[in-house]
Every structure is written in structure tokens, then in C-alpha cells.
Design a protein around this ligand. Structure first.
Ligand code: IMP
Length: 333
């Protein structure tokens, strides 16, 4: 049996640095030959995370937002048309997915995300082949989710340009509880980073803070995908409501009972939950903090860009006592 590690099991070793200012550091990365993201952050295609406002804000901050697919084709196209700058949208791999893909392409979308819980699946293989056949290289195909190197390589061989890595780690996810399956996201990133394929690795699920983002990048991720870190903001879809003197918004898994009821009128075998989270204000501010913290992370390793960071970074594992010390432990008193 293999052992596996989670984000909180590891720390990055600080190294000698000659970096005078964080402005010397470039945390960006190429998503494709022509697209460079200055901020290696992508927002999740979830109906409490990414519609046009989030996608636009994250685009302005240098990242990418993937419009969710839990609506009619017409509703999704309306979102795209609200901000013709928008680039990425999700589709499924059954039902109307080809029609949706054509409509999105015609509306100007050039990143299609095949958004499936278990991406190492024949339906994903078939859909990737069909879409590649239809669009050739005119469109970027993001696919997932996967948890193992074998799955990563297969999706790359089936035609995926970028691959979401992480199964069962999402903050609203109950896949591991309900099905017993999954791999800690940090371990999956580490394993998939050994791929010799060209596909980009997008770490997805369970990223709680910018420290986890830095660890994900060090372990081999090209980008991170965020749900909970960007939910509960002005730019995430949904109403702010007040309880007591505090403000909240809803954040829910797309396989939760409530999400399933809303998008397909029935639910079966939920693999996620719906919850309320404290309202956090502006996603733009959160993204700027993330950018600053990731730059600081590179600086602690003494590196100026992602490739250098990934080649120099070294991890330590930490004990439960180390995990306690790594938290702001005065708050536990
Ligand atoms: P978070 O950033 O930890 O909140 O995780 C967000 C990720 O959870 C998404 O990008 C998806 O990969 C995944 N996800 C979204 N909805 C569900 C669900 O209902 N069950 C399991 N995973 C989900």
C-alpha cells in the first residue's frame, strides 16, 4: 500500500535568497503557446463561484475564470456575451455537450473545460476525440478530474491540453466519505508532475490558503484552481444574507443535493454539500493578496520564476506537533 501526503503534512524549506524586491519575481505561466497568465490561478466552474463577474475580475487580475455549465446553453451564452473579453467555459461529456461546445466557440470562447468528477473515463475519451476532431487546434481543451499519473497521461494522450488534478479533496466534497475513493490532492500533484506529456497540470480541490498554492506549484502544478477561496465574495454568484450581525453567502458542491435539484430537478447519490460561508468582500482583493503571498513564497526559496522555483524547492514532512506550530497557535488558547 502506498503512503500519501496532504498539503498540511509538508512544508517548504527556506533557502538562500538574493532577491531584493518581490517585484523581481514572475509568478506567471503559459497556459498555451499564445496565452500567458500573470497569476497562475483559475476559478472553479461552480455556480457559487464563476459567472461573468468572477471571470472578468480574475481575468483583470491576470488569471482565468471558467464559467460553470449548470444552466441552459442560452443562459451560458448570455453570460459570455455580457463580457466579450471572457475566454473559458465548462461543458459536460453527455447530453447537449457538443451543441454547447459549438455555441460557446461561436460566442468567442477558446478554452473549453470538460468538467467531470471522474475524468479517467471512456466518456471523456470519446468527448475529447470528438471535440478535437471538430475544432482541431482552434480550441484549448481542459479536462479532468484525475488523481493518478496513469490517468493524467491517458487524458493527455486523448487530446487534453490541460488537466485538473485532484479527486475528493474539495472543501465541499463528500466523494471520499460516500465512495471511499480519492487521493490527497498534494500527492496527486506530486505523482502527476512526473508526466512527460506536454499537458498543463491544474491542481484542484482542497487548496485552503496561499501557502497551499505555493506548495502546489512547488510540487509541480502549473496552475491552481480555486473554489472556496473565491466563494463568498462580491464577485461570486448568489445573494449576501445576514444572520445575527454577520453576512454570509452560499457555497455548494455541484454534486450536492441542492445543486442537483436546481440544475436537473432531481438528485441521486450526492457527492458534495451545500453550506453557508462568511461573506469576504472583494475577490479582487483576495487575488491581490494571493499574488503577493505567492511572490513571497518564491522569494523564500530564492527563485524568480516558476521553473526555477520548481527545480529548487524541497519539501519536509511535518509531524502533528509541527502542524500545530505551523498554525497561528495563539488562536487556539
Ligand atoms: P475547493 O477549492 O476546495 O473548494 O474545491 C473546489 C473543487 O471541488 C472544484 O474545482 C471541483 O473540482 C470540486 N467539486 C465541485 N463540486 C463538487 C462536489 O459536489 N463534489 C466533489 N467535488 C466537487
Amino acid at each position: 500500500m502506498h503512503k500519501s501526503l496532504s498539503f498540511d503534512d509538508v512544508l517548504l524549506e527556506p533557502k538562500y535568497s538574493d532577491i531584493g524586491s518581490r517585484s523581481e519575481i514572475d509568478i506567471g505561466n503559459h497556459l498555451s503557446e499564445t496565452a500567458y497568465l500573470e497569476l497562475p490561478v483559475i476559478s472553479s466552474p461552480m455556480d457559487t463561484v464563476t459567472e461573468d463577474e468572477m471571470a472578468w475580475t480574475i481575468y483583470e487580475e491576470g488569471g482565468l475564470g471558467v464559467l460553470h455549465r449548470y444552466n441552459t446553453i442560452e443562459e451560458q451564452i448570455t453570460l459570455v456575451n455580457k463580457r466579450p473579453g471572457l475566454k473559458a467555459a465548462a461543458i459536460g461529456v453527455t447530453g447537449d455537450y457538443e451543441e454547447r461546445a459549438y455555441a460557446l466557440f461561436d460566442a468567442g470562447i477558446n478554452y473549453l473545460c470538460l468538467d467531470v468528477a471522474h475524468g479517467h473515463h471512456v466518456l471523456v475519451k470519446t468527448a475529447l476525440a470528438k471535440l478535437r476532431n471538430s475544432f482541431g487546434d482552434k480550441i484549448h481543451l481542459m479536462a479532468g478530474n484525475v488523481a493518478t499519473l496513469k490517468a493524467f497521461n491517458d487524458l493527455a494522450d486523448w487530446g487534453a491540453d490541460s488537466i485538473r488534478v485532484g479527486i475528493g479533496g474539495g472543501s465541499i466534497c463528500s466523494t471520499r466519505i460516500n465512495t471511499g475513493h480519492g487521493v490527497p490532492t498534494f500527492q496527486s500533484i506530486h505523482d502527476c508532475s512526473y508526466s512527460d506529456r506536454d499537458a498543463k497540470l491544474i491542481a484542484d480541490g482542497g487548496i485552503k490558503n496561499s501557502g497551499d498554492i505555493v506548495k502546489a506549484l512547488a510540487a509541480g502544478a502549473d496552475f491552481v484552481m480555486l473554489g472556496s477561496m473565491l466563494a463568498g465574495t462580491d464577485e461570486s454568484p448568489g445573494e449576501i444574507f445576514t444572520s445575527g450581525n454577520k453576512k454570509y453567502k452560499v457555497y455548494r458542491g455541484m454534486a450536492s443535493r441542492s445543486a442537483q435539484m436546481d440544475w436537473r430537478g432531481q438528485s441521486s447519490s450526492p457527492e458534495g454539500i451545500s453550506t453557508t460561508i462568511p461573506y469576504k468582500g472583494s475577490a479582487a482583493d483576495i487575488l491581490r493578496d494571493i499574488a503577493g503571498n505567492v511572490r513571497s513564497g518564491f522569494s523564500y526559496t530564492g527563485t524568480r520564476d516558476l521553473r526555477e522555483f520548481q527545480s529548487k524547492a524541497t519539501f519536509l514532512s511535518q509531524t502533528p506537533a509541527g502542524q500545530l506550530e505551523s498554525s497561528t497557535h495563539i488562536l487556539r488558547k
